[in-house]
Unconditional design. Structure first.
Length: 498
């Protein structure tokens, strides 16, 4: 006897939207700022301000606040003094790379050699195109400082569009839980890091891919993941847990379609540059390999504490080994968990594994995890604990750079303080990973599954039978645990149910 019916996803869609203020004490308390939790007599559905539109507007508003936070640098600190942009915590790569990577001189990325320490643009091809389009929209007359300011503003406008895409996709991925995307829109680290670099472009493409998968559109998902990987490397990691989930659920055809779409779209973007400008194309990959231990990593803590530089070849090997071991652990967890884990949970874990083991952690990398965290663990307390750690790291890196660049009279955060900031970032990320793993091992603790849902963002995986599992817990006929009110929570089915 099975606990799932073919029309269950449609039935769930027709039900009312889940309101976080009725399930989350932090959300309920925070809602007092705008009138408190919605009452049972409130009229809903009569306004044009649907949840998705509200979330998009809030995200754009937070993005605008982030732009305001960068104003001291926009006005002068990017251009005057070695430490001013760090003292004001408003640094951005964008205006500096306008000159430093040849866009101000109309050099073609990957094809034209750059004068300076970097012979070619060290970004993936699609991000390079994004940067080039912004340079086309930047007037080439006038003082260079003005051109850099306009270039940052043009990029900010394009990244604001990416913000809207990210917010809308995050809100629509879980059909009945659009308000969870407020975690994305209101994330402090999102506002602070949105215009440091171009990562939001890849994040928006990844969010769109997750939305496509949740709607059962495997090819569109694959194409978008391939494009996202052509903009930043991390999205390709998401294919790993998807393959294992599809293996457990017997959805290998959809998996093959997704992987084919990802490979095809990545090749379409990369192949022309790969063939016509091979030296410029491979710079991103050689730079990633040759880059020394850098900011934000536990490798830097080891280097600073021991006073000995680490061999970069050994670091690359150990970092690769660690991320492979962690991803292998995620695969084992996927196949042995009492219920098949949700796609968003595993996506967060593998990207977090890459971040935790990497030899560099730039502050904008937090953007990779924010939409995944909102889908994987939509609890305000846990999310805000993690965000507090990331905000402290954001402040820590700029104060540390101010210290290291202030000459004979250093002012800012010394190495010991910066090591503490790195540790906070690592511990905050590990904390979110720990509660997600707990939710996987104890599905009754998963707030998304509390109402009996299986995997709202899982697409064809949602409610599918298990056909390959390992371990006694996963082989049980049905995992039906009690929630905190004592009622049974049921979802999914296994081959043993038949």
């Amino acid at each position: 006897m099975t606990s799932v019916h073919e029309d269950r996803p449609a039935q769930k869609t027709a039900e009312s939207v889940v309101r976080p203020t009725q399930q989350d004490e932090i959300a309920a308390t925070g809602s007092e700022l705008i009138g408190g939790p919605i009452g049972r007599w409130a009229r809903t559905g009569a306004s044009r301000l649907t949840p998705v539109r509200v979330i998009a507007l809030v995200a754009i508003g937070m993005f605008a606040l982030g732009m305001v936070q960068k104003m001291p640098c926009y006005d002068w600190a990017w251009f005057q003094g070695a430490t001013s942009q760090y003292n004001h915590a408003c640094y951005s790569d964008i205006p500096h790379l306008y000159v430093g990577r040849g866009f101000a001189d109309d050099l073609v990325p990957y094809f034209d050699r750059i004068n300076g320490d970097m012979p070619y643009l060290e970004y993936p091809v699609l991000t390079g195109l994004f940067m080039e389009v912004a340079s086309w929209l930047t007037p080439h007359g006038g003082a260079m400082q003005h051109r850099e300011q306009v270039y940052w503003m043009v990029n900010a406008g394009m990244l604001m569009i990416c913000t809207a895409v990210m917010a809308v996709c995050a809100a629509r991925t879980h059909r009945r839980r659009p308000w969870d995307a407020l975690l994305v829109a209101l994330a402090p680290a999102f506002a602070l890091t949105a215009t440091i670099n171009w990562d939001l472009f890849a994040v928006a493409l990844t969010a769109a891919a997750l939305l496509m998968w949740s709607r059962g559109r495997a090819l569109a998902f694959g194409i978008l993941i391939g494009l996202a990987t052509a903009a930043k490397l991390y999205p390709v990691l998401i294919l790993g847990p998807l393959i294992v989930l599809c293996w457990r659920a017997g959805k290998l055809r959809e998996c093959r379609v997704a992987v084919f779409g990802a490979a095809a779209s990545w090749l379409v973007v990369n192949l022309p540059v790969m063939l016509l400008a091979p030296e410029g194309w491979k710079k991103f990959y050689t730079f990633s390999q040759e880059r020394n231990v850098d900011f934000g990593s536990f490798w830097l803590i080891i280097t600073q504490r021991t006073g000995k530089p680490l061999d970069i070849g050994h670091v690359n090997t150990w970092a690769m080994l660690l991320v492979v071991l962690l991803c292998g652990g995620v695969a084992v967890l996927t196949l042995t968990a009492p219920r098949r884990p949700r796609f968003a949970q595993l996506a967060f874990l593998v990207v977090a594994a890459f971040i935790l083991t990497n030899k560099v952690y730039s502050p904008q990398y937090v953007l990779w995890l924010i939409p995944l965290a909102a889908l994987a663990r939509p609890r305000w307390r846990d999310f805000l604990i993690w965000q507090a750690c990331e905000v402290m790291y954001f402040l820590g890196i700029w104060m540390y750079l101010a210290y290291t660049m202030s000459g004979d009279k250093p002012k800012g955060l010394p190495p010991e303080g910066y090591q503490f900031a790195i540790a906070l970032h690592l511990l905050g990320t590990l904390y979110i990973c720990a509660v997600i793993v707990r939710d996987i091992l104890m599905p009754e603790r998963d707030v998304v599954r509390k109402d009996g849902s299986d995997d709202p963002s899982g697409g064809v995986l949602d409610g599918a039978r298990d056909v390959f599992v390992l371990g006694p817990a996963a082989r049980s006929a049905r995992y039906a645990a009690r929630d905190h009110e004592g009622a049974h929570v049921e979802w999914g089915s296994s081959a043993a149910d038949e």
